[in-house]
Design a protein around this ligand. Structure first.
Ligand code: A2P
Length: 282
């Protein structure tokens, strides 16, 4: 990867620009419009949102404000947990594309798995959501489909489906690599995307990361983003601050050595969202 416009290739051949612009916790309204326009202006070509972020209308406005053609921007969204199941997912998709002002999505992800702590028939619920996504995919309304926050057992329960997930978007940052899920995804051609690659900012004061970043004259944020890429994981850094949006894009002029990669890969847990897919209550 040499620029933001270089791509990973999904298991259905669709190209996905290698760094996505995250919008979780980006307030709706002018802040989201400006952040998305800014990101596209500095060269990002991939925007990640979700119905639950409450900012799809503004994200769509930001995309239009960039002046880029629709085909130049890769757009991801996700139906929320209240919209699981075939009919609700179908309706959620129509609302999402209408709010974004788009007529197709590049990628649509099940936001969180239905899990055993809330649903006895969790496998059936996920399969029924997946059936809707598969139909939308086959109808050409979505270019690629996948999941988010799926652990090994959630993935395994989907793998006999006609269409297998192309992406699994998980919390991924130093100290939280989810090795088992990562390994499984790599073995099955599922691209892993990193939400909160900076640990929602928690990584930025970590002494180990500061020392390593200093060697490359890079910020910890840049180190974390580059570290994702070198692990074959697609990072989705979020910022609403123009200088940081630009900084987070400058990750192609250095290479982390194998030794430093393994030092970061072996870091112990040092903070994260604390959200566990089998324990969440939302
Ligand atoms: P802000 O949006 O106010 O600029 P993550 O991508 O892991 O979820 O992290 C997002 C958080 O990290 C946000 O609070 C964001 O702040 C902050 N952030 C993003 N990029 C940088 C950066 N380069 N330097 C410092 N903080 C950053």
């Amino acid at each position: 990867m040499k620029t933001l416009q270089d791509s990973f290739v999904l298991n259905n051949g669709v190209k996905i620009p290698c760094v996505g612009f995250g919008t979780w916790q980006t307030p709706d309204g002018e802040t989201a419009v400006a952040a998305v326009r800014e990101a596209l202006g500095v060269g990002y070509r991939h925007i990640d949102t979700a119905a639950a972020y409450g900012n799809e209308v503004s994200v769509g406005e930001g995309i239009r404000a960039s002046g880029l053609a629709r085909s130049e921007v890769f757009v991801t969204s996700k139906p929320w947990n209240t919209e699981r199941g075939y009919d609700k997912t179908m309706a959620a998709f129509e609302k999402t594309v209408s709010d974004l002002g788009l007529d197709y999505l590049d990628l649509y992800l099940i936001h969180w798995p239905a899990a055993a702590n809330q649903f006895e028939n969790w496998q059936d619920i996920n399969l029924s959501t997946w059936k809707a996504m598969t139909e939308l995919y086959k109808a050409g309304r979505i270019r690629a489909i996948g999941v988010s926050n799926f652990l090994l057992h959630h993935l395994q329960a989907l793998m006999e489906s006609e269409v297998q997930p192309m992406v699994n978007q998980i919390e991924f940052h130093p100290g939280q690599m989810q090795e088992e899920t990562l390994q499984y995804c790599k073995e099955h051609g599922i691209l892993v995307e990193a939400w909160s690659p900076l640990g929602t900012g928690r990584m930025l004061n970590n002494e180990t990361l500061k020392t390593i970043a200093g060697k490359y004259k890079k910020s910890v944020a840049q180190l974390c983003i580059r570290w994702c890429l070198q692990n074959g994981v697609l990072p989705l850094p979020k910022s609403v601050t123009p200088s940081r949006i630009k900084e987070n894009a400058a990750v192609f002029d250095f290479e982390i050595t194998a030794e430093d990669m393994s030092a970061i890969n072996s870091m112990a847990y040092c903070g994260g969202s604390g959200l566990h897919p089998d324990k969440i209550d939302f």
